[in-house]
Design a protein around this ligand. Structure first.
Ligand SMILES: [Zn+2]
Length: 403
């Protein structure tokens, strides 16, 4: 039903005014609406009947009639029906861009992916994302979009909205991705760190369902953690919480893209593990992924060692936060067994025994799509709220930081 048509007549303007009062006032009865608007009972009744017929308002659960309430219509409680609109999700990885159009429930209608050097080509990556979203909208006949939720793989200052750290996302530093993308898309944009979105995806649709406190760790070309504490994503005072990839590992000297040596992600990332596997399998041709040989004993040992190093860092975090689960995702997380066994053995060795004993160490369920699924779920949630405002911990960057 087209509820936007013909709202200019006096009667319709009155109805819209009543609807706005209801949007601002939570659950109301007809009697309260009469009081709140100063309009006559018959005007309010007429408008409410039309709003119910339009599907914008429901009336239910008549309140128990108390003494003196008369014999008239029961005091039904009126509620606005959340308006479900389509939205969109974008996920920038270090080497890919994904785009999706999203339905009113936060589920993806369709998605696309392109492989790109996102780290060194911010403008090109954002242009590509805008083109992909445009193509998706045309192909799937998705016209109006309420909001676009975007994940980026680097530190985002929640106060300024600017990307920080000159060495991690070099071409993005000082950029305001929200403003850049709003300019390209002509739509309202909300930007998050990608690990936060991965954690939110697992919380809403994956392995995090049923947990209120967990760490989601994306082990890919970089390593980042997204935290869910008390059922909500936790971002820290400026939005940088979970940047564990550049934790120094004592005794390691591998050069990291941040310019320092021995960082966790220089030792454990996909590229580092693939280089180790290729080094021990000189017979594999160029382009072959050694990670596609999960049963090979040497590959298993390399993955297990990587898991132990990751688990050492996660043990410290577990002692600090006492999460119920570690959810391991990203491309290396998807390799499963040996990596997770390595994490578990390090946790058993390094974490407090009571903490280790109660900790589930599980693979992410959404695989490489966790960030995009999380962006879609958040976009669906934002689309339900007037103005798209979001609430929770964090605070800061517009149009609201938290989930
Ligand atoms: Zn580093």
């Amino acid at each position: 039903m087209d509820v936007t048509s013909d709202r200019s007549s006096p009667r319709n303007r009155t109805r819209e005014e009543i609807f706005r009062v209801m949007q601002g006032g939570g659950a109301l009865t007809r009697a309260r609406l009469v009081e709140a608007t100063g309009l006559s009972r018959s005007t309010v009744n007429h408008a409410v009947t039309r709003l119910i017929a339009e599907g914008r308002v429901t009336e239910g659960d008549p309140a128990v009639k108390g003494p003196g309430s008369g014999s008239g219509r029961p005091a039904g409680v009126l509620r606005c029906v959340p308006r479900r609109t389509n939205s969109a999700a974008l996920d920038f990885g270090h080497t890919h861009v994904k785009a999706a159009v999203v339905d009113g429930s936060g589920h993806m209608i369709a998605q696309r992916r392109a492989d790109l050097d996102v780290d060194h080509g911010a403008a090109d990556a954002m242009d590509a994302a805008a083109d992909m979203l445009g193509a998706l909208r045309r192909d799937h006949d998705v016209d109006a979009l309420s909001t676009v939720v975007v994940g980026i793989p680097g530190p985002l200052d929640s106060a300024s909205g600017l990307v920080r750290s000159p060495t991690i996302l070099s071409s993005w530093v000082g950029l305001d991705p929200r403003r850049e993308l709003e300019h390209r898309l002509g739509l309202r944009v909300h930007v998050e760190n990608d690990a936060v979105l991965g954690a939110y995806g697992e919380l809403r649709r994956g392995a995090g369902q049923g947990y209120t406190d967990f760490l989601y760790v994306k082990v890919s070309h970089g390593i980042g953690a997204g935290m869910v504490l008390g059922g909500e994503p936790y971002r820290g005072s400026l939005g940088f919480a979970g940047e564990i990839g550049h934790t120094p590992l004592p005794g390691y000297t591998e050069l990291c893209r941040c310019g320092r040596r021995g960082c966790l992600e220089a030792v454990v990332s996909v590229s580092s593990v693939m280089a180790q596997v290729a080094h021990t399998h000189p017979g594999l041709g160029p382009g072959a992924s050694p990670l596609e040989q999960p049963d090979d004993p040497t590959t298993r040992r390399i993955l297990n060692d990587a898991g132990r190093m990751l688990g050492g860092v996660l043990s410290v975090l577990s002692n600090l936060l006492n999460p119920a689960a570690l959810i391991i995702g990203g491309e290396l997380g998807a390799t499963g067994g040996p990596l997770l066994e390595g994490v578990a053995s390090a946790v058993r060795r390094d974490a407090q025994p009571a903490i280790a004993a109660s900790l589930d160490i599980v693979p992410a369920q959404l695989g490489e799509n966790a960030e995009l699924v999380g962006a879609a779920a958040l976009a669906g949630t934002m689309a339900l709220r007037p103005g798209g405002a979001v609430r929770g911990r964090g605070g800061g960057a517009t149009p609201g930081r938290a989930v």
